[in-house]
Write a protein that binds this ligand. Structure first.
Ligand SMILES: *Cc1c(COP(=O)(O)O)cnc(C)c1O
Length: 384
């Protein structure tokens, strides 16, 4: 029996035609017709003021930290249960990541912990929406607004997901997407920055153009372009944009298929949850996710590790997720923590992700379900 892989990128079928079209068109750098199409699609679909296509989600986060004006002495509050590049984007500005604990229901930043972390140096709150399920944004925005704190959403998982009918990535001042090959919609590597705060629009264009006012020059607003501010090379190439366009055109269909798989898992594992063998993800009222990932929380860390081994024996690849940032070597060196981050410590060791990718067929989904049921029971049995 062939192993069911944990992830496999999905090809819509149009991508290579678009890449050929871009190549034959001759303009391979950024800002060609495919970049314009992708940026317009992202802005129209989300309602963001402006979308800028990036070479990676990490690049978009780095641009966001520049735009937030982070510098030495400033702090950015973020979850410890997260991908490291949010933290590296902060330390590259000379600022300090402050790690806060998560809400055990969603593994998203706990607003109560954020409130404890806010101080006179707090310049930004970085909200990661884990698995396309939004943070409690109304509460986070209520903490940030009176203190003039910039809110950045790491919406890497979140294309087409919403919070109280508002698209994730558009609730903070800035939002970032990733189109890495593990994400719902992909160009191999890729990302985007959503600029929601109109005050940041002009500077975002400059930061994007290596610190120059080239975009104003192209619009004929200045008669030559020059170096005016901090910036870097954040744009994606037209080849990447062309590939991505094929994926974006199919984004609704991709999401629909992923939600179907997510739903099948969720229904099948209700029984495991009722028996106390595993907890399922919680999607609070008012949140609409996009089927980005499916996970189970096992009763203990050893049970999780045994579950992963049992799944492997049954021919199903599964994966743990984030190793906490606060206790990692770089986290200890560059950051500081709020409290003991007990939920992050606990849950990161008990969480396991199941295969969820767009081309996963029903037969494979059923195999995963059967394997997970017997693995969870077996693990529980060997504990007793
Ligand atoms: C994938 C991911 C990133 C990084 O995106 P890249 O496109 O790989 O640079 C950042 N944050 C989260 C939450 C991610 O899942």
């Amino acid at each position: 029996m062939r192993e069911i892989p944990f992830n496999r990128p999905f090809l819509v079928g149009t991508e290579l035609d678009y890449v050929r079209e871009a190549a034959e068109d001759g303009g391979l750098e950024s800002d060609g017709p495919f970049t314009a199409r992708c940026e317009a699609w992202l802005a129209d679909t989300t309602g963001a003021e402006r979308a800028l296509l990036a070479h990676s989600g990490t690049g978009a986060l780095e641009a966001a930290m520049m735009l937030a004006g982070l510098g030495p002495g400033d702090e950015a509050i973020m979850p410890s249960f997260a991908y490291p590049t949010m933290a590296t984007a902060v330390i590259r500005q000379g600022a300090t990541p402050v790690f806060a604990d998560v809400d055990p229901r969603t593994l998203n930043l706990d607003p109560a912990e954020v409130r404890k972390a806010v101080g006179p140096r707090t310049k930004a709150i970085v909200a990661v929406h884990y698995g396309g399920v939004g943070c409690e944004m109304d509460e986070l925005l209520a903490i940030a607004a009176p203190a003039g704190i910039t809110v950045i959403e790491d919406a890497a998982h979140c294309l087409l997901a919403t919070y109280r009918d508002r698209p994730l990535g558009t609730l903070g001042d800035l939002g970032t997407f990733s189109f890495h090959h593990t994400k719902n919609v992909t160009s191999g590597e890729g990302g985007a920055l959503l600029v929601n705060n109109p005050e940041l629009l002009e500077r975002a264009e400059v930061v994007w153009e290596k610190g120059t006012d080239r975009k104003r020059f192209e619009r004929g607003e200045v008669d030559r372009y020059t170096w005016v501010d901090i910036g870097s090379s954040f744009a994606a190439s037209e080849l990447t944009a062309a590939f991505l366009w094929g994926q974006l055109e199919a984004a609704e269909e991709i999401t629909r298929r992923r939600l179907e798989i997510w739903g099948a898992y969720h229904e099948a594992f209700a029984e495991l949850e009722a028996e106390g063998l595993a907890q399922r993800p919680v999607v609070p009222e008012g949140h609409a996710h996009n089927g980005h990932l499916y996970y189970l929380i096992l009763p203990t860390a050893p049970a999780r590790d045994a579950f992963i081994a049992a799944m492997r024996s049954a021919g199903v690849a599964t994966s743990f997720h984030y190793v906490p940032l606060h206790s990692s070597p770089a986290g200890r060196r560059f950051g500081r923590s709020i409290g003991d981050l007990a939920q992050t410590e606990q849950l990161s060791r008990r969480l396991v992700r199941l295969p969820l990718w767009t081309g996963l067929d029903r037969e494979s989904v059923d195999r995963v379900i059967d394997a997970a049921r017997s693995a969870a029971s077996h693990v529980a049995g060997s504990r007793a």
